[in-house]
Design a protein around this ligand. Structure first.
Ligand code: C2E
Ligand code: CA
Ligand code: CA
Ligand code: CA
Length: 275
């Protein structure tokens, strides 16, 4: 029923029916994949702009469907959110990411994306704590990426949970900053450890004065508030140069490395290289 939104009339339509069936099939298959713990993680290295070395990796969910091949994570994550699977899937991914980080050098952190819905169950803190404990990593090796959409509902409870995560020693990053319902007031409520500038600004930094000015403003905010600034989605040398000159502290993008398997990421760590 939720899918009928956007003010469209809800009359019978064979095409929509096929679509809905397709969606239900995908739900069932995702449920099975989650039950079998088949959703994997790829790791995209993040580099220090200052030293050129890997400081962390963002864990990105991967699902290869038996018939349809790889399904985009933004698609299956939203299916998981709609059909009540996100808590279970989120917990599996957290555990998997913490376990992977356990075999990396101590200074390399792992960043895990959280769905805003994971803040609704009331069990997030316990889930995170258990994932850390069972992997044996120190809490400060884990970073959690949250989006601004998070703070739309139940603001007080959300910020309270962020405080509790922070109290465990975990770093909290604000993701996709600058798009959606941006509000600078969220920095007044919570001291994020890092800001990730959305790819849309990185895409245009070499061609748009506005994009460049926005990046500059975020870097200024970051340095005034003691937050690192991560630029994501870097695809060209020119973008990278402008972002380094502009004062971004961390760099991520296909230019430096695509997301890779846990195995390949470990090999990259074993053969340290600067960009
Ligand atoms: P995101 O958190 O903004 O993740 C960054 C996305 O940008 C990833 O796409 C990454 O592969 C892609 N990317 C990184 N560098 C470049 C680049 O230079 N060029 C281009 N074109 N793309 C680049 P991916 O893996 O397809 O994930 C898409 C979105 O799905 C993520 O956006 C995030 O919102 C969601 N997602 C992925 N994994 C998880 C997860 O484990 N949990 C949750 N809740 N959401 C996830
Ligand atoms: Ca992210
Ligand atoms: Ca992002
Ligand atoms: Ca995004």
């Amino acid at each position: 029923a939720k899918r009928m939104g956007k003010g469209k009339a809800c009359f019978f339509n064979p095409e929509m029916d096929a679509d809905a069936q397709d969606r239900r099939k995908l739900e069932t298959e995702l449920r099975e994949a989650v039950e079998r713990d088949e959703i994997d993680l790829a790791y995209q290295p993040i580099f220090s702009a200052r030293t050129g070395q890997i400081t962390s990796a963002e864990a990105l969910a991967r699902w290869t469907h038996p018939d349809r091949g790889p399904i985009r994570p933004d698609i299956f994550i939203s299916v998981a959110e709609e059909c009540g699977l996100i808590d279970r899937l989120g917990e599996q991914l957290l555990r998997r990411a913490c376990c992977a980080a356990q075999s990396w050098p101590d200074h390399v952190r792992v960043a895990v994306n959280l769905s805003p819905l994971q803040f609704h169950s009331g069990r997030l803190i316990e889930t995170v704590r258990r994932a850390i404990d069972s992997s044996g990593i120190r809490a400060n090796r884990l970073q959690l990426e949250v989006t601004e959409g998070l703070v739309i509902q139940d603001v007080d409870r959300t910020f309270q949970q962020l405080e509790e995560l922070r109290a465990l020693g975990i770093q909290v990053l604000i993701d996709d900053f600058g798009v959606g319902y941006s509000s600078l007031s969220c920095f007044q409520r919570f001291p994020f450890d890092k800001v990730k500038i959305d790819k849309s600004f990185v895409d245009e930094i070499a061609t748009s004065r506005t994009a460049k000015a926005i990046v500059q403003a975020v870097v200024g905010l970051g340095s005034a508030l003691g937050m690192g600034v991560v630029a994501e989605g870097i695809e060209t040398e020119e973008q990278m140069r402008l972002l380094i000159e502009g004062g971004c502290t961390h760099l991520q993008g296909y230019l430096l490395s695509k997301p890779v398997s846990a195995h390949v990421f470990q090999q990259m760590l074993a053969r340290p290289h600067n960009f």
